[in-house]
Design a protein around this ligand. Structure first.
Ligand code: ADP
Ligand code: MG
Length: 327
């Protein structure tokens, strides 16, 4: 969808997170708005957290710090890279009593596993390691290696002990990766904290995952969806909604002419060779938008409709891969 540069003031230009081509950015009118004789002013700040740039815009100066501190708290709890995190410890030990919050997010992940026909699967972690996405030492595994690692994959191999918040893996060597849901959850936590501080209007962009809280001086936040190759695909108006984008252009490596992306099909053990280049999902919560946008990439063009039907309240904006441009 075209729009004139004249009519926009880009609050945050592209949050280029190294490799991220599928981005969302947002803008308002070109002139500062007047309201009750006062200039309406948005404060904007950004920080690198959870492996991506977080950008916060709000009329309330405090908002950014509140959001960053909440995102950092969640990162410390759920990152598989931070040695003191509960997820790191669980991956190391295979069984752990975790906080109610970590238990909740793992339980939610299992719920998404069943609702997405197994496409969203946090036990893909050993496959992520095998393909080299964890340390950026990319490698194409043999079918045999994949087959053996696939034994560690599958949410049905996680046991949740509800009464004491213990999470247990059935098979030694299993690991979880909350990379496809933790940012969405952190957005929800940040919004909750903002509300506790009586901040009702704020736009948060966590590397392409948005939460639009309230509005922008009376107008819904306006979001532009960027597609692949820097093309603007359309604009959305959001209020108290989250938009999450997953794309096969987000993080990938090339071997020969073939592109391998960081979202894996848990059934085959291979990166999604998706017919979908990017999917933006708009939901009431960041958690749901995050999980569903990843799942859509896994399901691909042919199976996406079953998921779309299952979540009638969610809005899906899907960009299919152009076979002629495919690399
Ligand atoms: P991003 O975090 O780049 O915005 P996603 O939300 O789609 O994108 O999450 C991608 C991450 O999720 C991967 O880097 C990996 O850690 C993890 N992941 C990959 N495949 C799956 C899958 N099928 N189910 C759940 N998580 C996955
Ligand atoms: Mg996701």
């Amino acid at each position: 969808m075209a729009f004139s540069p004249k009519t926009r003031k880009i609050l945050v230009v592209f949050l280029i997170t190294g490799w991220s081509l599928t981005l969302i950015y947002y803008f308002t009118q070109s002139k500062p708005l007047k309201h009750s004789q006062q200039t309406k002013q948005l404060f904007s700040d950004n920080r690198l957290l959870m492996g991506t740039f977080w950008q916060v815009s709000s009329a309330d100066k405090q908002a950014a710090e509140i959001v960053f501190s909440e995102a950092s708290r969640i990162e410390q709890l759920l990152s598989k890279y931070i040695q003191t995190s509960e997820v790191f410890q669980l991956n190391r030990l295979g069984k752990l009593k975790v906080s109610p919050e970590t238990f909740y997010i793992i339980k939610q992940s299992l719920e998404f596993y069943s609702q997405t026909f197994g496409a969203f699967d946090i036990t893909v972690a050993p496959l992520i390691d095998l393909w080299g996405f964890t340390n950026q030492k990319y490698h194409i595994p043999s079918d045999k290696e994949i087959e053996s690692v696939l034994n560690l994959v599958g949410n049905d191999k996680i046991i949740l002990h509800e009464k004491d918040n213990v999470v247990e893996f059935k098979i030694p060597g299993m690991k979880i990766d909350l990379g496809a849901i933790a940012k969405g959850y952190a957005l929800d936590c940040a919004v909750k904290k903002l509300k506790e501080h009586k901040i009702d209007n704020c736009l948060i962009n966590a590397g392409g995952q948005i939460y639009a809280l309230g509005d922008n001086f009376g107008q819904s936040w306006r979001i532009a969806i960027r597609g692949i190759k820097y093309k603007v695909e359309g604009t959305l108006r959001l209020k108290n909604k989250s938009a999450s984008t997953s794309g096969n252009y987000e993080q990938f490596f090339f071997k020969g002419q073939k592109r391998y992306c960081h979202i894996l099909n848990p059934k085959t053990g291979y990166p999604v060779d998706s017919s979908i280049a990017s999917a933006t999902v708009v939901c009431d919560t960041g958690l749901e938008a995050d999980a569903l946008s990843t799942a859509i990439l896994v399901l691909g063009k042919d199976r996406k409709n079953a998921l779309i039907r299952k979540f009638p309240k969610a809005k899906f904006y899907i960009q299919e891969e152009n076979p002629h441009e495919k690399q």
